[in-house]
Design a protein around this ligand. Structure first.
Ligand code: NAP
Length: 490
């Protein structure tokens, strides 16, 4: 385990000397003690990033691509070890952790390609309507970026910010979640070994209030990139307003999955399960509100309950496990509390809803299916962020869409039907930044990620993720031999 904060390419002791414990959610035992950053450390890290910026900003995209690819290689070389750390830190089953590590490496490779491509479009002419002038735009790095990430995909969420920021020529201070800081620290070490110049990436684990908040208020930070809850997102946006920092927000969701009556029951149930139980339901885009057209409702519900009961629950390293523990005691209490609240509001538990038998240690919750959840209940409206799905029948496309869109969030949505025209129409009318047709959750580095309404501002991934870290500069030249002649007449 790393002994210190990763600042300016070195492992530095935290100014206040504090540490915090990282707990394995399957055993509730501490697995590491991590240096805790406070405002003074954040200031050191931002200063290191600011000092590294001028040189890094001037490197070519091809030079940056070389380092990004070396980082991807460094991640792949330690795949099994990093996946094991992710399991111990977050609780997710090992195959999911390996999937995340592969995606993390893939994300660095993808942005290496975009960095190279950037060289070809760094400067582009702009046709202006006066022949005496020529004009062009230059794409330039925004500057020092402050990134704050959650605990559900610890290394992958870091990659979604670090890779495009470095590709664009930005430098970065990264604050991982206090619950899962371990792979972010390893990413710092891997980046250093890959030849990333000192100070370009700095990693400062610590508490939200002690490390995250000072980062959002630091005047030398040019851009804030945040992924997390709506409540913290509001604070980050308010802090960005002080110095008019650029800000992108990836927040929560309560995503609907519309299943029309012409769907295949088995396919629908498979994607519903994947849409809610992958990563223990701790997925911002989890399709946690399932709407089934009435003729298919009983059949889908019956098979969903049947299959949910078969899911093997256990520690992430145990063979065949498909559902691990939730990340923390706090999350465990929150999820069980929201199930209880839903039941008090009138919801019925079709299956699950409890701590599994024979699991007196670890933050486990059974795969849970709730029905008859009132539309006014927090269980229906708010993000539970656990293995809990609410299922409701609907009559016809108009009612399905009304129920789907009746949410303050708009991150993702899914629709299933054999009628292609219908799925295209519904995809158009769903209020969401991401729509899946006949599936739920597949995510690609090439495609934009982000939400509308209270699910956030801006897009990550794809070229849109790179644009997050770029600004355009207008460069206009007076190209005429004639004097301008406004004040000084010929
Ligand atoms: P969170 O409580 O908002 O925390 C997110 C990050 O913000 C953590 O690193 C946290 O530090 C830090 N933080 C807390 N208070 C802060 C403050 N006042 N100023 C600056 N930073 C602060 O969210 P979470 O529980 O970790 O993550 C779950 C949420 O993330 C869910 O709502 C989920 O939907 C969302 N999410 C969204 C996406 C997306 O792409 N849209 C992806 C993944 C997750 P501590 O860990 O120390 O509290």
């Amino acid at each position: 385990m790393r002994d210190g904060l990763y600042i300016g390419g070195r492992w530095e002791k935290p100014a206040a000397g504090g540490t915090f414990e990282v707990i394995d959610p399957a055993t509730e035992q501490p697995i590491a003690s991590v240096a805790a950053a406070t405002a003074a450390d954040v200031d050191r890290a931002v200063t290191a990033a600011a000092e590294a910026l001028p040189a890094w900003k001037r490197t070519s995209g091809a030079e940056r691509a070389k380092i990004l690819r070396a980082i991807a290689e460094g991640i792949r070389a330690r795949r099994d070890e990093l996946a094991a750390i992710e399991v111990a830190d977050n609780g997710k089953p090992l195959p999911e952790a390996k999937w995340d590590i592969d995606d993390t490496a893939g994300c660095f490779d993808f942005y290496a390609g975009l960095a190279e491509e950037l060289d070809g479009r760094q400067e582009q002419p702009v046709a202006v309507g006066d022949p005496r002038f020529t004009s062009k735009v230059r794409r330039e790095a925004v500057g020092v970026a402050g990134a704050i990430i959650p605990w559900n995909y610890p290394m992958l969420m870091a990659a979604w910010k670090v890779a495009p920021a470095l590709a664009a020529g930005c430098t970065m201070v990264l604050k991982p979640s206090e619950l899962t800081p371990l792979t972010a620290l390893e990413l710092g070490a891997i980046a250093g070994a890959a030849g990333l110049p000192a100070g370009v990436l700095n990693v400062v684990p610590g508490l939200g209030r002690d490390a995250g908040e000072p980062l959002t208020h630091h005047p030398r930070v040019d851009k804030l990139a945040f992924t997390g809850s709506l409540a913290t997102g509001r604070r980050v946006m308010a802090a960005a307003a002080e110095d008019i920092k650029a800000v992108s927000l990836e927040l929560g969701g309560k995503s609907p999955f519309l299943v029309f009556a012409d769907s295949d029951v088995e396919a629908a149930v498979e994607w519903i399960l994947f849409g809610i139980f992958w990563n223990q339901g701790q997925v911002c885009s989890a399709t946690s509100r399932v709407l089934v057209e009435r003729p298919l409702y009983d059949a889908v519900l019956e098979r969903l309950v049947e299959e949910s009961r078969k899911i093997t629950i256990g520690g992430g390293l145990e063979e065949g496990v498909l559902l691990g523990p939730l990340v923390s005691r706090g999350q465990h209490e929150k999820v069980l509390g929201m199930i209880g609240e839903g039941v008090r509001d009138g919801a019925k538990v079709a299956t699950g809803g409890r701590v599994p038998q024979r699991r007196d240690r670890g933050y486990f919750v059974e795969p849970t299916v709730l029905v008859d959840v009132p539309e006014t209940s927090a269980a229906w409206r708010e993000e539970i962020f656990g293995p809990v799905v609410c299922v409701k029948p609907f009559d016809g496309e108009a009612e399905g869409l009304r129920l789907a869109n009746d949410s303050p969030y708009g991150l993702a949505a899914a629709v299933m039907s054999k009628d292609e025209e219908r799925t295209e129409r519904v995809a158009r009318d769903l209020e969401a930044g991401i729509v899946w047709i006949n599936c739920s959750q597949p995510t690609f580095s090439e495609a934009p990620w982000g939400g509308v309404k209270r699910s956030g501002i801006g897009r990550e991934l794809g070229v849109w993720g790179l644009e997050n870290y770029l600004t355009v500069k207008q460069v206009t030249r007076y190209a005429s031999d004639e004097p301008w002649g406004w004040y000084i007449k010929g």
